[in-house]
Design a protein around this ligand. Structure first.
Ligand code: AMP
Length: 189
C-alpha cells in the first residue's frame, strides 16, 4: 500500500501518519522530518536546507527527490509506505511516478485533508506553544503565511495532477483526530 497524505501545513498529516504507522504496519516517510534531521546533524543537505526551511520556502526539487529515492529503497518500504509532505510540486509528483514505475509500483491513494486557514494557523501556534524550546523555526505566524503562499502556488496543482488520475479522495480534517483516522481507514479499505 502506497499512500500520500496531502494537505497544507498544520492539516494533521504527520499526526495521522503516526497513528496509521501502527495500524497499517507501513512506515511514514516525512521529507520535513528527514530534512530537520539533516539540518540538526549538519550534513551537506542540511546546510543547504536550513535557511530555506526557516524562511518557509520549498527546498529544491532535486534535493527532496533524491532523499525520497534513497529512502524508498530501504527494505522497510517493501510492504508499502506513507508519504507526508511529499510531493509538494508537480515535478516531484512526476519524479515519484517514474521511480515507482521503475520498480513496478504505483500509488494506491492520495488522501487530501480539508482544513480552513484559520484553523491551520491555530494548530501551528498550538504546536509551537507545546514544543517550548524545541519549537520549529517555521511554526511562526509570518513564516506560516509564506508556507501557505507556496502551498497554493506550487503544491495545490499536485492535487489536480492526482485528481486527473482518479487517485485523490478528501477527508474532513476539521474533525477530531480519531474521526479523521476512521475516514482514512474507510477510504483505503
Ligand atoms: P513539513 O515538516 O512537511 O511542514 O516541512 C517543513 C519544511 O521542509 C517545508 O516548509 C520545506 O521548507 C521543507 N520541505 C519538506 N518537504 C518538502 C518537499 N517535498 N519539497 C520541498 N520542500 C520540502
Amino acid at each position: 500500500m502506497i499512500l500520500i497524505l496531502f494537505g497544507p501545513p498544520g492539516a494533521g498529516k504527520g499526526t495521522q501518519c503516526d497513528i496509521l504507522e501502527q495500524k497499517l504496519g507501513i512506515p511514514k516517510l516525512s521529507t520535513g522530518d528527514m530534512l530537520r534531521t539533516a539540518v540538526a546533524s549538519g550534513t551537506p543537505v542540511g546546510k543547504k536546507a536550513d535557511l530555506i526551511m526557516k524562511q518557509g520556502k520549498l527546498v529544491p526539487d532535486e534535493i527532496v527527490i533524491a532523499i525520497i529515492a534513497n529512502r524508498i529503497s530501504v527494505p522497510d518500504c517493501e510492504k508499502g509506505f506513507m508519504l507526508d509532505g511529499f510531493p509538494r510540486t508537480v515535478t516531484q509528483a512526476e519524479a515519484l511516478d517514474a521511480m515507482l514505475a521503475e520498480n513496478g509500483l504505483a500509488i494506491n491513494k492520495v488522501v487530501a485533508f480539508d482544513v480552513n486557514e484559520e484553523e491551520l494557523l491555530k494548530r501551528i501556534l498550538k504546536r509551537a506553544a507545546e514544543a517550548g524550546k524545541n519549537k520549529r523555526a517555521d511554526d511562526d505566524p509570518d513564516v506560516f503565511k509564506k508556507r501557505m503562499a507556496d502551498y497554493k502556488k506550487s503544491t495545490e496543482p499536485v492535487l489536480a495532477y492526482y485528481q486527473a488520475r482518479n487517485l485523490a479522495a478528501h477527508v474532513d480534517g476539521m474533525r477530531a483526530i480519531d474521526d479523521v483516522t476512521a475516514q482514512i481507514e474507510r477510504l483505503i479499505k
